[in-house]
Every structure is written in C-alpha cells, then in structure tokens.
Design a binder for this molecule. Sequence first.
Ligand code: AMP
Length: 283
Amino acid sequence: MTQLVHGNAELRLAINGLASNICLVPTMGALHEGHAALIKAAKNFVGRDGCVVVSDFVNPKQFGQSEDFKKYPRDLEHDLKVARSSGAHILWAPSVEDVYPGQWPLDIETDPRFEILEGKSRPGHFAAVIEVVTRLFDIVQPNVAVFGEKDFQQLIFITNMANKRDPKIGILAIPTKRDSDGLALSSRNIYLSSDQRNVAHLIPDALKAAVLLASKGFSVRDIKEQVIQTISQSDLISLEYIELLSNDLTPITPGVVGRILIAVKLGDIRLIDNMPILLKENS
Ligand code: AMP
C-alpha cells in the first residue's frame, strides 16, 4: 500500500513508522514506465526492510522563463496508481513552501560543465536541479537515491554533489526505458502530435546507427554527420546538439566507453536522449 503524504512533518512521521533503510526516487510526477522502473529498482535495492519514497514535485526554479512550467503535466491520482503498482511505500507531494521554506539559503557549487549541452539552452537549469535535489536529500535523508540515465548530464552532477556533500548517500543509476520503437519514455511525449510521434523514432535510430559506426572505427565527425542525415529525414525534427563525450562530460577518449548525447525539437517540444558509445582506438 502506498501512503500519499504532503507536508514535511507528515513525511517524517510516515518514514519513522517504517524501516530505517530509506531510498528516495525524485520525480516531477507525470509518472510513466521509466519512473516505474526506477521505483522497482529502488524496491529491489532496499529489500524487505526498506522504505521507498517517491517525491512528486514540479520544481519551478529549474524551468526557464520561456519553458513549460505552467503546462507541465500534473495528475496526482495517476501518479499514486503508478507508485502503488510499482511498490513504493510513500508518495510525497510537497508544496513549494515545503521544499523552499522561508530563508534557507544553500550554497550551490557551480561547475563549468553546467553550461554545456542542456545548460547552453537552459541557463541556470543545473544549479536549480542541484539545489532542489540537495533540499530533497536534506528533508528525506535517504540512504540511497535513484536516478535515470535518461538525464545523463543531470545524473553526473547529482552524483558529484552527493559524493562531496554526503558520501553516505548512494546513487543508483537506471538505464533508459524506451517505447517499442525505441523512443525514450518522457513526460513530454504526450504533447507530440501523431505526425511528430510517427517520426520520433529517428532519434534513437540515429543514436543506434552512431553506436554501430563507432564500433566500426568511424571518426567523431563522420558519426555526427550520419546523425544529422538520419534526423533530417523528417523536417518535423530539428537538431539542437549532438555530442560525443566521456562519461564525465569531458572530450571522449577512443577505447573508453563514453556517451553520445542528443537534443532535438519537434515543434515546441524539446526531447533529449543518450546512449553509451565506444569509439574504436585509432579512430
Ligand atoms: P522527471 O520526472 O522527468 O524529472 O524524471 C525523474 C527521474 O526519472 C529522473 O531521474 C529521470 O532521469 C528518470 N527518467 C525519466 N525518464 C526515464 C526513462 N525513460 N527511463 C528511465 N528513467 C527515466
């Protein structure tokens, strides 16, 4: 049975009534099978005596002015169903005041890598993400927190923050859940028109083709060119960036597994995806 709680005191009471091994799954709600995979992994990880807390909070601070904060999908009843069927113990839906109570300044250590990839088109985004996750950690005090590789850049920064700030908190990373055509599940997919949805498979197609070319020894330039060609098969998709980087977001090294990361727009809808990639040595 999943307990729905709102305020911080109510949350603490619910946690205290349960076990001591606490696993937090931070989300912005609009839960889908990708989130369900995270909750199930959390449940597996903490075992019988653990307690899985799913936070459901659309963080206003991490949306830019021109972004979709107001129209971001919210449906607590649906979220409760997904949390329940995935085995969460607590669904915690705090208010803005619960997460940002009065004067409670936090020093967020910035990083030049906050400005690349997602950070380039979303200024201030990662500082806001790190701030909210820090606050969620302070309130919930988890032993483990679970995040998706879908947001790879975010995962790197959160792992760094946790290692520096509170190394006792373990970070569990879960591979991206995809639809049957390969499109990464995302809360924003519901906004795609049927025409846009029909061509969205070109995003994972392009990444998969890139991974294959890398294994055959093609250069970064040729791989990027192939991605551009695949994406441009549809004029409904425009490419924002395609980058091949190491797993710490520095330049990729041949012979060491890195990441290929992409952002595209379909109309107003911005989608991101990534996959592991291994460039052959001497490529
Ligand atoms: P969000 O609600 O979009 O902020 O995502 C909450 C968590 O779910 C983040 O750790 C995401 O990386 C993760 N997530 C979102 N989509 C997926 C997916 N398709 N597969 C796995 N994890 C995901």
